[in-house]
Design a protein around this ligand. Structure first.
Ligand code: GRG
Length: 307
């Protein structure tokens, strides 16, 4: 991570801390929501919100709200994913999972409340969006998190346990389970400006789909090549749970090559945005301090990450 990325990570953590300290909720529920949301994640989805926003000159107070909403959905998904009925894990971000630290009922409720908080952040009277933006943001986030997005992917993933999947089935699961929220992070960041054109939006979507899949391919690789200490979650968990993974289906080297290929696709999309604008220096991908620089850095971060 570089200075700019640390800056945005600190920014969203302070913002989440403020929102969650002001939240009116029973003490134990609030503590458990704070525990999972404020523990040290990589904040890749938030970085993507700020990066997409920077590409289209969106206002920071809008991006803060969107990044916080997406972190709430992400935290809820991790809490529920770790439950005994799902992956039954006891370690997350190097700490006991929510249901181990508190109890199962509290963990379920914390996840539920984080999910509704996300939509409150996009719609309450202090939300700095136009009505149209609010509607677009809620709709984009709801679809990406819902039955044909993250939750649908999780459902397919659970059903696929101990099954031999085709590569296309695996890709479909990951596009929904992990990719959908990553794509929503980029799209929602871009929706925070009223001036984002269709060309930019469609290339940002293709950029996000490529890095979303790359994220999962790298996750599968790290599950077998990294230790529990490095990952902050149980390594080898996918294999132990009988899940199909990219290395299992196409081998370790092909998986690493696939991640590199997807990275290249994502960079091509940014280049297309740059070429389309082409006029001012700050829009050109290869210039220092380009508006697209952070998106390019995050794509690199995703394929090079070690945890
Ligand atoms: C339970 C509704 C529901 C959904 C669960 C996202 C998800 C769907 C499950 C997470 C399981 C998992 C480990 C998926 C692999 C990719 C992934 C989303 C990893 C966690 O995201 P990171 O690495 O986490 O960005 P941090 O801790 O850095 O925020």
């Amino acid at each position: 991570m570089n200075t700019k990325q640390y800056h945005y990570r600190d920014r969203i953590e302070n913002y989440l801390d403020q929102i969650l300290s002001e939240l009116l909720a029973p003490a134990r529920l609030k503590e458990s929501m704070r525990y999972s949301t404020l523990s040290s994640g990589k904040r890749i989805r938030s970085l993507l919100v700020y990066a997409a926003g920077a590409a289209v000159d969106a206002e920071l107070d809008r991006l803060d709200r969107v990044a916080a909403a997406i972190e709430c959905i992400h935290a809820y998904s991790l809490i529920h994913d770790d439950l005994p009925a799902m992956d039954d894990d006891d370690l997350r971000r190097g700490l006991p999972t929510n249901h181990i630290k508190y109890d199962e009922a509290t963990a379920i409720l914390a996840g539920d409340a984080l999910q509704t908080l996300a939509f409150e952040l996009l719609t309450d009277e202090q939300a700095p969006f136009t009505d149209k933006q609010s509607r677009q943001l809620v709709s984009t986030l709801a679809k990406s998190a819902g039955a044909n997005g993250m939750v649908g992917g999780q459902s397919l993933d659970m059903l696929a346990m101990d099954c031999d999947l085709e590569l296309s089935d695996l890709e479909n699961i990951h596009k929904k389970k992990t990719g959908a929220l990553i794509t929503a992070s980029v799209i929602c960041g871009a929706l925070c400006s009223e001036h984002t054109c269709e060309h930019t939006l469609s290339n940002l979507k293709r950029y996000a789909e490529a890095i979303g899949l790359a994220f999962q391919v790298v996750d599968d690789v790290l599950d077998i090549t990294s230790s529990t200490e490095e990952l902050g979650k149980t390594s080898g968990a996918d294999v132990a749970l009988g899940k199909s993974t990219y290395p299992a289906l196409i081998g370790l080297d092909n998986s690493k090559n696939l991640a590199t290929k997807l990275y290249q696709v994502s960079m091509d999309c940014l280049q297309a945005i740059s070429d389309n604008r082409g006029l001012t220096k700050s829009d050109q991908l290869d210039k220092k301090n380009s508006k697209l620089e952070l998106l390019a850095e995050i794509a690199e971060l995703i394929v090079q990450r070690t945890h």
